[in-house]
Design a protein around this ligand. Structure first.
Ligand code: FES
Length: 103
């Protein structure tokens, strides 16, 4: 389990991310999908779940070729860009910080 902080344009939102749970699921719990976030439901085909991992990148699996292909199409790509639907927490930690590109 980890404290998960989303930095959004409306300020920080906090929830809990369990081991084996995906960041996208946590975003849904917070209602962050209201703006079209995570539109494809986690099937790795839309890229609307693009986020920046500010803290805890090493706690998630490496990106797959399919994720890399989608990230290549993202206008605001940065070194710490990932797709929230592909971010499944591998191990317990104290805190993960995720920034939404619109923040
Ligand atoms: S929810 Fe569509 S790619 Fe992540």
């Amino acid at each position: 389990m980890a404290k998960l902080i989303f930095k959004t344009s409306e300020g920080d939102k906090e929830t809990v991310l369990n081991k084996g749970e995906r960041v996208l699921a946590a975003a849904y719990k917070l209602g962050l999908d209201a703006d079209g976030f995570g539109e494809c439901g986690g099937n790795c085909v839309c890229s609307t779940c693009h986020v920046f991992v500010e803290k805890g990148l090493e706690l998630f699996p490496e990106s797959t070729p399919a994720e890399e292909d989608l990230l290549d199409t993202v206008f605001t790509y940065q070194e710490n860009s990932r797709l929230a639907c592909q971010l499944m927490l591998k191990e317990e930690t104290d805190e993960v910080i995720i920034e939404l590109p619109s923040a």
